[in-house]
Ligand binder design. Sequence first.
Ligand code: UDP
Length: 380
Amino acid sequence: MKILFLDQSGKPGGAELCLIDIAKPYRDRALVGLFADGSFKTLLQQNHIPVEVLTTQKIQVRKQSNFFQAFGSLTQLAPLIFKVAETAKKYDIIYANTQKALVIGAVASFLARRPLVYHLHDILSSEHFSQTNLRVAVNLANRFATLVIANSQASKTAFVQAGGKAEITQVVYNGFDGKLYQTSPAETQKLRQQLGVEKKFVVGQFSRLSPWKGQHILIDAIAQCPPEVTAILVGDALFGEQDYVKQLHQQITQLGLEKRVKFLGFRNDIPQLMAACDLVAHTSIAPEPFGRVIVEAMLCEKAVVAAKAGGATELVEHGINGFLTTPGESQELAEIINTCLQDQQTTATIASHARTTASQRFDVAHINQQIAELLLSCAK
Ligand code: UDP
């Protein structure tokens, strides 16, 4: 089966990293069409997945845009829509991996008469999107998609609550290659030395710097922990959220945590960095659609504490394979950090159990098989 994947992003977020795993088995007969140039293109090329940047024009629809802004930008998109429709004629399926890809892919699928699959990586609720964007996404998916793949039950539920068709929606979790998450103790020790955290209890937070990802909650929690507790913040402000980065630095200064919180920027060595941590914290203050970092921490055999909302609650069972805290509650988070600091034996047992179960549940070969079967039924 020949697939035209579409993704709006030039930079790799969770949806893009997931797409790499999905597109890999089809790389000799697929194309990933991007709506922006950047490091995601390079990552696809490194994975030998054919990629083409279909436009360099900025698509203006933002997550919170109103009807007139959305409509205005749609009229500018005609050249891109026709280009995608023309390209799609050489493929069996259009696979839209993001919301703007859905907008373009929906119209192109109609023009090229190709089935449309929409991979939903978002919780379509007003916490994350404007009413206009919600309506556009749900209506286009209902009208044009043969299949919606939701990345969690939480994403599916929000889609259906917003008016999406349940009967075309299937939940498929992200898949991971467990082998990529193994790091040798010597490598870990070296990295801890390089980071200057050999004698510290390191809490890692891995995500783009954005208010809803809640780095400020972790910083508040660190201030409530003993001095040996240190945090590393791994990730960049991917979507221009520089004001938030400034606020985080101010918060660190006010709390006197300059020596206890390190910003590492965007990194490609996530498994190694997770291995160098004692605990991984997921701190989103709005429901997380899936939460790749949670599964990655489990695969690295690291204890993970996650914010109890959205997809995270499908991944973590409190006290069994990780810990859950109320979103936005830094004191609760500090209590879990302190528990892990004091009882490292129990924490290690939980982490070990998490690794065993996660490597079975999220095995990429198994997940890709699920997707292959669903795509086959669409192409019929
Ligand atoms: N990530 C990365 N480098 C970084 C920070 C994050 O490669 O510096 C990866 C991380 O390992 C995870 C993804 O970005 O695979 C984030 O996915 P998640 O589902 O946690 O959040 P999203 O970005 O989709 O909101």
